[in-house]
Design a protein around this ligand. Sequence first.
Ligand SMILES: NC(=O)c1ccc[n+]([C@@H]2O[C@H](COP(=O)([O-])OP(=O)(O)OC[C@H]3O[C@@H](n4cnc5c(N)ncnc54)[C@H](OP(=O)(O)O)[C@@H]3O)[C@@H](O)[C@H]2O)c1
Length: 297
Amino acid sequence: MTNQTITLNNGVELPVLGFGVFQTPPEATQAAVEEALRIGYRMVDTAAAYLNESEVGAAIAASGVDRADLFVQTKAWVSDYSYDGALHAVDRSLRKLGLDTVDLFLLHQPLPQDLDATVDAYRGLERALEEGRVRAIGISNFSQAHLETVLPRLSVVPAVNQVEVHPFYSQAELRAEHARLGIATQAWSPLGGVYVYAAGRSGREPQSALSDPVITGIAERLGKTPAQVILRWHIDSGRSAIPKSVRPERIAENLDVFDVRLAADDIASIDALDTGVRGGPNQDQQDFRDFGLTIPD
Ligand SMILES: NC(=O)c1ccc[n+]([C@@H]2O[C@H](COP(=O)([O-])OP(=O)(O)OC[C@H]3O[C@@H](n4cnc5c(N)ncnc54)[C@H](OP(=O)(O)O)[C@@H]3O)[C@@H](O)[C@H]2O)c1
């Protein structure tokens, strides 16, 4: 059932499985997204900061897939964090994607160093939602503390918080808070990719959840691959996940997950792999404006 969805707090249906394109170079993006759409993915996750929205748009246009059957989501970068800036970010993303509406528009990061700007940008997204240029709005990389501070200042409860979730960092407390607030959790680095590619930055040894014996054991028993078991763990726990690959065989592998379900004790044994240690950056320590990235028009 590749069209399985989660109903967001405004009634919009979010596919449980999508296709991520972070770190997919622009020159490889169109082919990867075209391949994903060709074999049946119906959701794509990009971001202004990935600098490949135009190539995602070209793939959508070339795919021949009906717009109504597609769920396209993107994110505003911190250089656009003001009310007008966020509205401009929506215009720019729509233009690059070649679309009239985006299904889900997220603030890419909280700026704990400037929560006023973060809230102003979200208000811009609220306006774009009112105008019908986006079908749902949300956030990414917000911690429980960020939510507590920012939520009372928002008119529209975010539909989604896209955060790092994989077997080694599963964020149970944050997810419980999401459930209480009616916010859907979407897992980035769902396979634990960040634990591999960002390990060098943090001085840790790379660790791949894909070779963890708990995961490989379940995979052998079910006749699935480790990546498929991890994606099922997300889906069977009620999350949306957006694995990235540029390799056709893995793009297909990551979609071929709709013929099994994990038993509760398998889900529990994967939950138990949590280390409580994030692979990605800590927004309270890293001011993303320091990267100096501004999004070209
Ligand atoms: N909101 C945020 O701040 C944020 C941060 C990070 C990511 N994201 C989103 O989440 C998406 C996925 O995250 P991610 O790319 O960090 O991590 P991921 O999807 O967990 O892992 C991707 C890595 O795993 C490899 N891979 C993919 N499928 C595989 C398979 N079946 N078997 C073995 N290896 C496999 C990929 O390599 P190949 O490409 O060579 O196959 C890539 O190196 C991103 O593309 C982006 O859309 C959002």
